[in-house]
Design a protein. Structure first.
Length: 442
């Protein structure tokens, strides 16, 4: 076992990167690192954050080597972990993902419905490229991937890179569990044991206990029935009006199946009419982020560079930053920590497609994740999940085959889209918008 690890953060120009660098530095006692590298194919964007992170690393842990580069060989040679969070097309394309469907009265969302399909078609090539660089230059490394849309990316890597050491993860269940802990008055989500099953952004908690085995679900359910997922302590990332509304709406998601607690993203599938009605087609979440988190992070980075000091800097290390360090530790030190990950089903959900990429609790060690059995699932969830898995599989097949037909089928099958004619109109607009990113469809 190594004493110290080399980590490459792929997507070095992301607004989340400084938070992840900070999180790595703050966790040196449990996950010691000798070097952090940033990699991005957008040199201009990465250099702003790279310069600021360099100053931050030098001040806090000068013994840690730091670099940022656009050269894959320099970024990926002799690394132990690649932490990947890329956004192909940046927020400019996210805005189109959200606004094009809304033009047709359909949910415009980054990972759900037509927007998620469009984003998936862009992300597949980018993530495969990173996997290939890692395998070429560091064949023993692990990729911890939280590039969205995670469900489509996970299906693509399952199909096209079946032996790769890539683990697809999502921070949303972690963030929601943090809210559960707040509601229950617990210090941390790690004081809970959870059972959960579903797909990425499409799942349900079936059991939550404390470490002594006491059932915490009744107290949670009572709160959620009245207030949704509004907790006594919202973190800064979730103060945007769209997030507060999302957490309130959990009350209505819960009403559909009061035996379980739902992932917040289910609102796009259960209440698409409500979502569209409460969306501004001219100002979507992408616009919120550009004037919010995007501006804050880049302004802070420039401020650090100007002052040549990061001592007063505040970068938000969100739920996904802590989660990714936990995952790296579990692999590096074979801790067998229990974590929610996206893995091939292989019987974890007994009455569901063996090849589906499902999100379930896993024990994680040096050989990667070992899924826990979640048993059989009810008809309601099974039907919803089968429809959504089919959408994801069709998207990946459309990308592989360059098939217009299969992508039209995927959009038509999405629970957020009302008809094949609307699906076709949206698809044709998305093809025009994504001409620089998607494979040619025929």
């Amino acid at each position: 076992m190594k004493d110290k690890f080399i980590v490459t953060i792929a997507g070095g120009g992301s607004t989340y990167t400084p938070g992840i660098v900070l999180m790595l530095l703050e966790n040196m006692n449990r996950f010691p690192i000798s070097e952090i590298r940033l990699y991005d194919n957008n040199a201009e964007r990465q250099s702003v954050l790279g310069e600021a992170c360099q100053i931050m690393v030098n001040e806090r842990h000068p013994e840690v080597a730091f670099s940022y580069t656009t050269d894959p060989q320099a970024a990926f040679t002799d690394v132990d972990f690649v932490m990947a969070h890329i956004r192909v097309g940046l927020y400019e394309m996210r805005e189109k993902d959200e606004k094009i469907p809304l033009k047709y009265g359909v949910v415009g969302q980054e990972t759900c419905g037509p927007g998620g399909i469009a984003y998936g078609m862009r992300s597949i090539a980018g993530v495969l490229e990173l996997v290939d660089y890692m395998e070429q230059y560091s064949p023993n490394a692990w990729m911890l991937n939280y590039s969205n849309p995670a469900a489509i990316v996970a299906e693509a890597t399952r199909r096209l890179r079946p032996t790769s050491k890539i683990i697809n993860i999502c921070d949303m269940p972690v963030a929601i569990e943090g809210i559960f802990a707040d509601i229950l008055g617990l210090a941390s989500r790690k004081e809970m044991n959870v059972r959960y099953y579903g797909l990425n952004h499409f799942g349900w908690w079936t059991s939550i206990t404390d470490k002594a085995g006491n059932d915490l679900m009744p107290a949670l359910k009572q709160h959620v029935a009245e207030q949704g997922y509004c907790s006594p302590a919202e973190d800064f990332q979730h103060k945007a009006p769209s997030w507060i509304e999302t957490f309130r709406k959990a009350k209505d998601l819960f009403a559909l199946d009061p035996q379980t607690l739902p992932n917040t993203y289910l609102k796009y599938y259960f209440y698409p009419d409500y979502v569209v009605e409460h969306s501004n087609p001219n100002h979507t979440r992408a616009n919120e982020i550009v004037v919010g988190r995007e501006k804050e992070v880049f302004d802070m980075a420039r401020h650090i560079v100007e002052r040549e000091s990061a001592r007063e800097a505040h970068f938000h290390a969100g739920a996904h930053a802590t989660f990714i360090v936990d995952l790296a530790c579990a692999i590096a030190f074979n801790t067998q920590e229990r974590m929610l990950l996206i893995v091939e089903n292989n019987g974890a959900i007994a009455n569901f497609d063996e090849t589906a990429m499902v999100e379930v609790p896993c024990l994680v060690g040096a050989n990667g994740p070992e899924p826990l059995a979640m048993g059989r699932i009810p008809t309601f969830q099974k039907g919803l999940m089968e429809q959504q898995v089919a959408v994801e599989k069709l998207v990946v097949e459309a990308w592989i085959e360059g098939s217009y037909q299969k992508l039209w089928q995927a959009l038509t099958l999405s629970k957020t889209v009302p008809s094949a004619s609307v699906a076709k109109a949206i698809l044709d607009d998305l093809i025009a918008a994504n001409k620089d990113y998607w494979p040619e469809l025929h």
